[in-house]
Design a protein around this ligand. Structure first.
Ligand SMILES: Cc1ncc(COP(=O)(O)O)c(C=O)c1O
Length: 379
């Protein structure tokens, strides 16, 4: 029975079956601070699904970005090339180290940084290139890594959306010098707030362990490699508690069934909205090679007015669709701390035309059908 007064939320965090048992085990064990058995278990599962040789859990994706920037030695006045269409932390993490985000435009279809524009934005001050796989659709990493090698500039891969995506460039998160995941409760798997930094350059592993442990060599001490631990470098409290790791570990156990449910919704939207899109000059998300993470499903309306009208129409019928990132170059902090390289036309058009539909694993067939029919009733 359809219930048209029921609200369909944009995102509802998944609850894994093993959550309460895992939490009870942490309390019973008494090791509640970080780096216990659930941290180890979750990190090694993440190494398996991402193909990264070293995964360190962090308190958030933002913390992982801050660590990445510091690990690459970015400091006062150093520039990092970054898309303007990304989460604020992509730029704020650079500014936190005294660096300057240099915004370049995106590709109009995917929302990903346009690799063809990156090289021209390089100056003697450029210390890193930061990319973000929007919706888990791969950035052309062959092109990015070629620029990286040519200019000897490391790459940060923000893979908050693309956990376990296998692309023709390799598995996302295992390609850049360092990469990050977010386990915020809007992500495909989560622990409320959490993240991970993926170290793909072995020479950075020791520095990363120190940085994550408040700048101390406590990790070495715990492994019996030094007989006491001390403050050795810049660092902060980037280590999550076992409670977060326990929640994440339970989600990792169900990762593939979560993905299956998300893909089923994504595929229904794609097939059942195709004719509506064609008749109304709407562009549905269409990842090249069909590769994505079922993290978002978006439509690109003809212009901002139509996008806003679609979102209002959906909201009035109880369906909570939403826009996404406000371009960082146009934000107050982006203007204050960043610099624009070239045109931002595609970034602005993409951000203004984009609407995302509800997508979470607990959606019923009926709820999915209602989203589809409410979208189709908009002309
Ligand atoms: C692309 C991207 N990177 C990084 C983050 C930051 O992650 P967190 O919320 O875990 O700090 C987010 C937002 O959650 C994001 O969407």
């Amino acid at each position: 029975m359809s219930n048209h007064s029921e609200k369909i939320l944009f995102s509802v965090p998944f609850v894994a079956q093993g959550t309460l048992d895992n939490l009870a085990a942490v309390i019973a064990d008494g090791h509640v601070h970080g780096d216990g058995s659930f941290t180890q278990s979750a990190s090694s599962k993440l190494e398996t699904i991402t193909g990264s040789s070293k995964v360190l859990l962090t308190t958030s994706g933002t913390a992982a970005l801050e660590m990445s920037v510091r690990l690459l030695g970015i400091g006062v006045g150093d520039e990092v090339i970054v898309p303007s269409f990304t989460f604020s932390s992509g730029a704020a993490s650079i500014v936190a180290a005294g660096g300057v985000p240099v915004f370049v435009d995106i590709e109009g279809d995917s929302g990903n940084i346009d690799p063809a524009l990156v090289e021209a934005a390089i100056t003697p001050k450029t210390k890193a290139i930061s990319v973000m796989h929007y919706g888990g659709v791969p950035v052309d990493m062959d092109a990015i890594m070629a620029v990286s090698r040519k200019h000897n500039i490391p790459v940060i891969e923000d893979n908050a959306h693309g956990l376990a995506v296998n692309s023709k460039y390799g598995r996302l998160g295992s390609i850049g010098t360092v990469a990050i995941q977010s386990f915020h409760d809007t992500k495909n798997i989560h622990c409320g707030e959490g993240g991970a930094v993926l170290i793909n350059e072995p020479a950075l592993v020791e520095a990363a362990e120190i940085m994550r442990e408040k700048g101390t060599n406590r990790s070495k001490f715990l492994r019996g490699q030094v007989d006491k631990y001390t403050w050795v470098e810049w660092g902060s409290s980037f280590l999550p508690s076992e409670l977060n790791a326990a929640v994440l570990d339970a989600q990792l156990d169900e990762f593939y069934s979560i993905q299956k449910k998300r893909f089923a919704i994504w595929n229904r939207y794609t097939s059942e909205l195709a004719s509506w899109a064609e008749e109304n000059s709407v562009k549905l998300m269409s990842p090249s090679d069909g590769v994505h993470a079922a993290h978002v499903f978006f439509v690109l309306m003809a212009n901002q007015e139509k996008r806003d009208a679609l979102l209002t129409h959906l909201r009035e019928s109880g369906v909570f669709g939403t826009f996404h990132y406000v371009p960082l170059h146009s934000s107050p902090a982006g203007k204050k701390y960043g610099r624009v390289h070239g045109s931002m036309d595609k970034t602005e058009a993409f951000a203004n035309r984009l609407a995302r539909l509800p997508l979470w694993p607990g959606m019923s067939e009926e709820q999915i059908s209602r989203v589809i029919s409410e979208v189709k009733s908009f002309r």
